[in-house]
Design a protein around this ligand. Sequence first.
Ligand code: DOR
Ligand code: ZN
Length: 358
Amino acid sequence: MKSITIIKPDDWHLHLRDGDLLEAVIFSSSHHFQRALVMPNLSPPITTVKMAEEYKNRICVANRSVLERIRPENINAFASFNPYMTLYLNSEMSSQELKRVSESPDVLAVKFYPAGATTNSTFGVSEFESYYRVFEQMEKLDIVLCVHGESINPEIDVFDREARFIEESFDPMTRRFPNLRVVFEHISTADAVNFVNDQNENVVASVTPQHLAYNRNNLLAGKLRPHKYCAPLLKKEADRSSLVHAVTADSNEKFFLGTDSAPHLIGEKESSCGCAGCFSAPYALAKYAEVFFAEGKLENLENFASLNGAKFYGLPINEEKLKLVQRNNIPKDFFMTEKGEKIVSFVHGETLDWQIVN
Ligand code: DOR
Ligand code: ZN
């Protein structure tokens, strides 16, 4: 039986939601990851350091109370899960707030969402350029900008929106602010891989398990699979393969793990007008391991999952370890909130090749 032990990974892009849904999903992350960067797209969004600190506290309380229920004998192993926070970039973001971000040990980044691009993003504005004033300050204060990079021009084909954003918004922005540290989140195309590789060391990218493991046929061919529907959409095989080469490469320092795990209740996914978001947290590492193994690069999984992101964010490397074994296993059909509402993961209906032992 093949196995690998790596430094415990971090998830640098995670949606944890709030309330009942937070309680239902938190263990899927705290079980496998030591740290995470939590996205601010709640309703209303997290826009101040104070809100972020309160949200962080709710996450830690939820984690502890779930652990007391399901792992009372082993609380300390998972209660050390540390969520770092982000603020939702908006036109009201003041210089004082940015100063507070730069001084906060809990808030690691500011997140840009194009208006209307995804869940709870009606708050964003469409023009990236309108934030140049904020970017200038962030560059000076060395605050990381996380970017959801998709054009929201309704005339642009939805499969071309990442490429168009690079050309029209991202490229001019990185030329103007070469010292701003930027994470191009959940990249989905060969264009994005090339763009990141062509930039200086301040521009890096996070990559999800779904964009590495699947192409758009897995979403759309024959039958529609709503639990693999996310923004940005899965793309062509050539894009997937370019992402796999980038993350598994021996010299990869620019690409790191960010699951973009984005839980929705089953009714919001299996719907006539369904939400974008893959709930991947419980099986993300198994899928990443499958991809690295298939590429003959399992030895590089640790760089991607546990080292590159921490280095970029200037954080220490975790001390804990995590073991994965190659063993067929069937994922759970669903997870459940206290009220009995189901959440289905993105690997629903599959058999997995890898499993985490902890
Ligand atoms: O598919 C997505 N779902 N993409 C995002 O960027 C946001 C996320 C969500 O919050 O549901
Ligand atoms: Zn996201």
